[in-house]
Design a protein around this ligand. Structure first.
Ligand code: MCA
Ligand code: AMP
Length: 505
């Protein structure tokens, strides 16, 4: 049917399903699905979406844990020209309301256990016309046996709105086009030699870029397969590695720390994989070295952002340097500039990292000012990450210009937690910072000036949990008499981090 160069990942997937219909695409909880089977499932979703009346360019949210339905829904929304809005399943009222209203989502697929959380919000979201939960309602929504014969998305069409960067309080929707996703995954597949023989162990959540745009998209365009787990359980992952059929594993550093601890508890060591990849947060040189000692393999570390997908990678062949994030992917550029003058800096000089290329997003949804601010006139995207590049082109991230805590590979914007806690009865002032944590990399800590001295840390944490994803709640709450401020009255976060670090030592 189709012979043109694919304009989207879903088109590449369709071509693959025609070329190798019976090839394994996905295994989940012991059940295998071929390319043709996943395609049929996606077409059943697509027929349901068309019959319901989804129009091209409209947004559909996926608020689901990892499952074949997630992937079928994702492919189907793209098939019919819609834009996917993936939502973290830990999100609660605060994040959900913002994302669903900001993206003007018309339809949301949701896991059945999460349905009640959404029920609270529906009154406030008149634009959300339909919520389809897994189980019987989803079965009724799907229309089986109707191959999709409609138009396919074009490369300039909107593929995804991914919410990120709450530097101004509420997160912004990063608009990624089909051509961004395709260009990035082509570059990744080439750099990592991804082929149809690969079987990827994927335990990362599909609602974030690492799992979806690297793990799933890479499989669909290469013709490989996924061993999909609902979530990361170190015991299950270790067992799957021991079983021997997996060729690649992608994880965040916390997963590698846990795998190392598990290796210490087991007698058997997994056979070598073709590739272990780490990203989303800094992998410590210590974990790199310990992993090599325990598993005999060099983890490949790469660096990405929601707005850009993957930017740099350590080499597949050649020197994987611990503590660095490697070189730009093929066809993409990266450089280090002075944070104020924006002039490119010589090697080994710290500045802000900028990236450019076909993978870089179009801009923030409904936020022209924020979009203009993050791009230079000649198309470089300001990452907000600080670092330097070596004479032979390896990038190292040394810090962040943006206020961001990365805990176990999840991003927490202090401003968002502060806004929620500011609404907690008994809180007069609050400031949130990240402190080092041996397993999570960083952890969330809050300093609070109370207006009600009876307020306890447990109450603060419980208040936060009700409204925000549980991983954003402070693990430490310290009550202080005053927050450290400079002469202008601005809170000095670096002073606070030091103070809190000392208090908790
Ligand atoms: C779970 N909890 C956490 C975290 N995860 N607390 C702090 N930081 C975390 N990362 C809390 C839960 O809220 C819960 O608290 C308790 O731990 C147990 O929850 P559970 O789900 O069982 O946690 P877990 O299985 O231990 O999860 C740890 C994890 C997970 C597997 C490391 O956080 C994870 O999958 N992280 C990967 C995130 C990811 O995909 N990031 C990529 C973003 P309570 O019991 O109190 O409720 S994409 C990106 O960053 C860019 C583009 C890039 O470069 O990739
Ligand atoms: P987000 O786009 O919001 O998912 O998060 C992207 C941020 O994660 C980047 O701006 C970096 O600060 C961080 N990040 C991703 N990969 C790495 C890595 N390998 N090392 C250090 N930081 C990373």
């Amino acid at each position: 049917m189709m012979s043109r160069e694919p304009a989207s990942v879903v088109e590449a997937f369709l071509q693959m399903s025609e070329r190798v219909p019976d090839k394994l695409c996905l295994r989940f909880q012991g059940k295998a699905m071929s390319y043709a089977e996943l395609r049929r499932s996606a077409e059943a979703f697509a027929a349901g979406l068309c019959s319901w009346g989804l129009r091209r360019g409209e947004r559909v949210a996926l608020w689901m844990e990892n499952s074949p339905d997630f992937l079928a829904a994702y492919l189907s929304i793209h098939l019919v020209g819609g834009a996917v809005v993936p939502i973290n399943t830990q999100y609660r009222q605060w994040e959900l309301h913002h994302i669903l209203s900001d993206a003007a989502v018309r339809l949301c697929f949701v896991d059945e256990p999460l349905r009640p959380e959404l029920a609270h919000l529906e009154r406030k979201l008149p634009g959300l016309e339909l919520v389809v939960e897994t189980g019987a309602p989803l079965k009724r929504f799907l229309i089986e046996g109707q191959p999709y014969r409609g138009r396919l998305p074009e490369s300039e069409d909107l593929a995804l709105i991914a919410y990120t960067s709450g530097t101004t309080g509420r997160s912004k929707g990063a608009m990624l086009l089909h051509r961004n996703l395709l260009a990035n995954i082509r570059a990744i597949s080439a750099a990592w030699r991804w082929t149809a023989d690969d079987h990827l162990l994927l335990t990362l959540p599909l609602f974030h870029m690492h799992g979806l745009l690297v793990g799933a998209n890479g499989t669909f365009v290469s013709g490989g397969s996924i061993e999909l787990h609902r979530d990361f359980s170190v015991v299950n992952v270790y067992d799957a590695l021991l079983a021997g059929s997996v060729t690649m594993f992608f994880g965040v550093p916390t997963m590698y720390t846990r795998l190392l601890a598990e290796a210490g508890r087991r007698h058997e060591k997994p056979p070598p994989l073709r590739l272990y990849v780490s990203g989303s947060a800094p992998l410590s040189a210590q974990t790199f070295v310990e992993f090599e000692q325990a598993f005999g393999q060099h983890i490949l570390e790469r660096y990405g952002l929601t707005e850009t997908g993957m930017n740099t990678t350590n080499p597949y062949d050649g020197d994987r340097r611990p503590g660095t994030v490697g070189v730009p992917f093929p066809g993409q550029e990266a450089r280090v500039v002075h944070p104020h003058t924006r002039e490119p800096l010589p090697p080994d000089t710290d500045g802000e990292i900028e990236v450019r290329g076909p993978h870089v997003f179009k801009g923030y949804w409904n936020q022209p000012e924020a979009t203009a601010e993050c791009f230079t006139a000649d198309g470089w995207f300001r990452t907000g990450d600080l670092g330097h590049v070596s004479g032979d082109g390896y990038f190292t991230i040394t810090g962040r210009a943006k206020e961001l805590i990365i805990s176990g590979g999840y991003n927490v914007y202090p401003r968002e937690v502060e806004e929620v806690l500011q609404g907690c009865p008994g809180v007069a002032e609050v400031a949130v910072v990240g402190l080092p944590h041996p397993e999570l990399g960083e952890q969330v800590a809050a300093a609070i000036v109370r207006s009600d001295l009876a307020l306890t840390a447990e109450e603060v944490i419980a208040f936060c949990r009700n409204q925000l994803a549980s991983y954003k709640k402070p693990r430490h709450v310290v009550f202080v008499d005053a927050l450290p401020r400079n002469a202008m009255g601005k809170i000095q976060k670096y002073v606070l981090s030091k103070q809190l670090g000392e208090t908790l030592r």
